[in-house]
Design a protein. Structure first.
Length: 52
């Protein structure tokens, strides 16, 4: 995979982590769950990109 795809995954992870902090502070637990799932999905995608 190219650097653009790796960078895109890294940015998505950081974005979700930032939104996760806000969701936890606001007590939006469904959003917390969804964001945690997105973070894991993007981490797996990033790992696949780096190993390709």
């Amino acid at each position: 995979m190219d650097k653009w795809q790796i960078r895109s995954c890294e940015m998505a992870i950081r974005d979700c982590e930032a939104r996760l902090i806000g969701a936890k502070e606001e007590g939006e637990w469904q959003e917390v769950k969804d964001l945690e799932m997105l973070i894991e999905k993007n981490k797996k995608r990033l790992e696949a990109c780096q190993n390709a």
